[in-house]
Design a protein around this ligand. Structure first.
Ligand code: SF4
Length: 579
């Protein structure tokens, strides 16, 4: 504390008047009680701007501060640049402004960065700089008042007013720190500390405020409210429709990826070069012998770009993951949940239900014009399994139902293929023995890679899942979510590409020894990825929530909802079901 005090005085601030007679205000507004009851350590001090988030929405505070959700917002980025420019001491006539002062208050348990502290002939005022036009926002006034209260604690002075400078209006507005405003600040800070101590996420607002909230895709106010209320509540806001991901897919022998001035430079084996701005890429898929420079790699990771590596035969090998989410509590909750067999069983049943229901939907859809009796028989069998699943209460029984349903589904799958040369009798995985299996395997690999990336992006561990628990060394959580999406994303895409002639026999290579192995060659993989990406970005009507959204966004939402089951915010996991 004294360090701040001394530095303020030495660097040109005049004497300050003490306010012993005013201590009644501090006592009345609860400072001392709060500090005593919280017994805060310095590590528990909350940055002021975070604490005041509770004025807008307590859940927003929890997500940003406790869960560490970091959503880039252009306004904040711009603010940062301006902050850099402001860092100096300014003399305005008799007044001295010390800019960008970082202070902490033991009494309030908060830290803050004050834009400027002005010394006007010995009188001290906090000043805030805002980029917009003059406004009477409570948040702005509360922030300034809280800064004054921190200064009072540090300097031992009484500060009755401060100023907010609005850059667009070029106006400096005086704010008086009356009892009501101080009380408001105290309540906000106390609530922030209470939320931290309780470590429980506050319920979503699910009202007009959510429309302009940058965290809406992470918080899922509409979805959580609906799932908790049994779908009774009407949506208060509309989900953003556009959600496009751009994949840089490089599958060219000896291609090299470099970086120069904000662009990825891809040099193909043939010497041909093309460039792409880094901002135009969200994910990178590198296949076979493609190499990437250290600069390109770190530039990608800095921009939150996931890099998935595949073997030259299309097998998912691993991933470079940006250091994006540091929410330890969520991972601890995930581990504890996945150690509880009873809880895992409930989720496993839902996952298998979603998978079988979506298999049935795909068979129904694709058989509409074909009218195959074999397919109708499988649909009937899967319907019976779905009914039986509800009463199963052991992992063995659930696995048994899943195995039986999957065998039944694939026994009918071949009937949905109408093009010669693409025979399919049953699923063969390692290695795929025919073209259809080669496409299915490649598709599942790509989707698994995407789900591993999503799991990490939302703060979960991709290797710990409630259903594929026993799969040592496998991305169990990604495989869990994969189950309900296999039929409606990959299987459906494979049928489309074959039946519409998008893929041909020449898009495959066959290796006969030591055993038969069929795989998509370079041109086949490129065609597949193009179709896959356009399918993932296509908009569908969400079966649970009713809004139109991309399949890619649905994957992420399901992963986040499962995360909320891990933390206990939701009591059950609802799988996504295609209509
Ligand atoms: S989306 Fe709504 S409930 Fe969620 S953090 Fe934002 S304002 Fe709060």
């Amino acid at each position: 504390m004294s360090t701040y005090f001394l530095s303020l005085r030495i660097k040109g601030f005049g004497n300050t008047s003490l306010f012993w007679g005013e201590c009644w205000m501090a006592v009345k507004s609860g400072w001392w009680e709060m500090k005593r009851s919280l017994s805060l350590k310095e590590d528990d001090y909350i940055p002021l701007t975070s604490a005041l988030e509770v004025l807008y929405c307590p859940r927003n505070f929890y997500l940003r501060y406790v869960e560490g959700v970091d959503v880039k917002d252009w306004k904040m980025e711009r603010g940062k640049v301006e902050d850099e420019q402001r860092r100096k001491t300014v003399y305005i006539g008799e007044r001295v402004q010390r800019r960008q002062m970082r202070l902490v208050s033991d009494k309030l348990g908060i830290s803050c960065l004050i834009d400027a502290i002005e010394d006007d002939g010995g009188k001290i005022y906090p000043i805030e700089f805002k980029t917009g036009e003059v406004s009477n926002r409570l948040y702005d006034r509360a922030q300034l008042c809280a800064e004054a209260m921190v200064l009072e604690d540090v300097l031992g002075v009484r500060i009755n007013k401060g100023y907010i400078y609005y850059a667009e209006s070029h106006k400096r507005i005086e704010v008086n720190f009356d009892y009501k405003l101080r009380q408001h600040v105290m309540e906000a800070i106390e609530l922030a500390h209470d939320i931290l101590l309780g470590n429980t996420i506050p319920p979503p607002l699910d009202d007009e405020r959510c429309r302009g909230c940058a965290l809406v895709n992470v918080c899922l106010p509409d979805e959580v409210t609906k799932l908790k209320s049994g779908y009774d509540k009407v949506s208060a806001y509309t989900m953003p429709v556009l959600w496009r991901e751009r994949i840089l897919y490089v599958d060219d022998k000896w291609a090299k990826i470099g970086y120069k001035k904000g662009r990825f430079i891809v040099e193909k084996g043939s010497g041909e070069v093309f460039e792409i701005p880094c901002e135009a890429v969200n994910q990178m898929y590198l296949v076979g012998s493609v190499t990437i420079s250290n600069r390109a790699l770190s530039s990608a990771l800095r921009r939150d770009i996931f890099i998935a590596m595949f073997s030259s035969k299309g097998r998912f090998e691993g991933m470079f993951i940006p250091e994006r989410n540091k929410n330890i509590d969520l991972r601890v909750a995930q581990v504890l949940f996945c150690r509880d067999e009873g809880k895992c069983l409930k989720v496993a049943r839902s996952i298998v239900y979603g998978k079988l229901a979506n298999m049935k939907t795909l068979l129904l859809r694709r058989n509409r014009n074909l009218g195959s009796k074999r397919v109708l028989q499988s649909i009937k069998h899967i319907s019976a399994l779905l009914k039986a699943l509800k009463s199963k209460d052991s992992f063995e029984e659930i696995l048994g139902i899943e195995g039986e349903g999957t065998r039944e589904y694939f026994s009918a799958f071949g009937d949905l293929i109408t093009v010669e040369g693409f025979d399919f009798e049953r699923r063969s995985r390692r290695p795929p023995r025919n073209r259809v299996n080669a496409m299915l395997s490649f598709g599942y690999s790509v989707l698994t890679a995407e789900l591993v990336g999503i799991a990490h992006a939302v703060g979960l561990d991709a290797y710990i899942g409630p259903y594929h628990r026993s799969k040592y060394g496998k991305p169990a959580l990604a495989l869990d979510i994969l189950e309900e999406f296999r039929p409606i994303i990959v299987d459906s895409l494979v049928l489309y590409m074959i039946n519409k002639g998008v893929i041909s026999l020449s898009d495959f290579d066959i290796q006969e020894s030591p055993q038969r192995f069929v795989f998509l060659n370079e041109s086949g993989r490129k065609k597949f990825i193009r179709q896959y990406n356009s399918r993932m970005n296509s908009l569908v009507k969400h079966s649970l929530f009713g809004y139109r959204v991309s399949l890619r966004r649905i994957l992420e939402t399901q992963m986040r909802l499962l995360g909320k089951v891990f933390t206990g915010e939701l009591s059950e996991y609802k799988p996504y079901r295609a209509r």
